[in-house]
Ligand binder design. Structure first.
Ligand code: GTP
Ligand code: MG
Length: 216
């Protein structure tokens, strides 16, 4: 279904994320997930890329999701309910070695199982640090999402930490890479959870996604 013409998605998105938002569930394993409900959007990415910070920035709350300077802060799949309309899923970072080899392999398997097979999962936001660009492990996740036909959109994070020219080059490089990927959204969002720059655009993209599914 296509979204209604002329809808102001920035405003719809603002309202969506201004509503009540509550932590609802934490899952250690892919078989400990909450019963399926409203559509889910998941935030995936390497440790420390800014997933939890983005959940807080989107919802305008400072301490909803726990953030840290130390990679590996988020250790479970954390589900947040947005007025029963949408669930935000803050994922543990992938590719983080400091947790021990067995535990890491176990987590990575669980993250992959969730991303591949979760029925309510409407879109994955794949976060990539704008200072570093996509790494092999990011490409592995994008491969998995392409193979599983799970819609995803790339978000470049921490744009406050780079200059305009670097940001432009990073967006162009990423766009060229995504052009060959069937499940990737063609538009790249480049934002800062710290300054709030382009956060309204992400809210709008989520509102548009819900409208396209007929659920806004
Ligand atoms: N400069 C800057 N720093 C940021 C931004 N977003 C997050 N950070 C910092 O990056 C670090 C990691 O942030 P988190 O939100 O905990 O990252 P995460 O991806 O949830 O990390 P894990 O849960 O360990 O996978 C923290 O020190 C944040 O303050 C941003 O937009 N700009
Ligand atoms: Mg986190």
């Amino acid at each position: 279904m296509s979204a209604p013409e002329g809808m102001d998605f920035v405003e719809v998105g603002r309202k969506l994320f201004a509503g009540p938002c509550d932590f609802m569930w934490a899952a250690d394993r892919a078989d400990g997930l909450p019963p399926p409900g409203p559509p889910e959007i998941a935030f995936a990415g390497r440790s420390n890329v800014g997933k939890s910070s983005l959940v807080n920035a989107l919802t305008g709350r400072k301490t909803l999701a726990r953030i840290s300077n130390t990679p590996g802060r988020t250790q479970q799949l954390n589900f947040f309910d947005l007025a029963g309309k949408l669930r935000l899923v803050d994922m543990p970072g992938y590719g983080h070695a400091a947790v021990g080899k067995d535990k890491k392999a176990n987590w990575d398997a669980n993250l992959r199982a969730y991303l591949r097979g979760r029925q309510p999962l409407a879109r994955v936001y794949v976060l990539v640090d704008s200072r570093h660009g996509a790494k092999p492990v990011d490409r592995e996740i994008m491969d998995l999402l392409d193979r599983s036909a799970v819609s995803y959109q790339v978000v470049l994070t921490k744009t406050d930490a780079i200059g305009q020219a670097d940001r432009k080059a990073r967006i162009e490089g990423m766009a060229a890479e995504l052009a060959k990927r069937p499940a990737a959204h063609p538009d790249i969002l480049a934002l800062s959870a710290k300054t709030g720059d382009a956060v309204p655009e992400l809210r709008a993209a989520v509102a548009r996604l819900l409208a396209e599914r007929g659920e806004a």
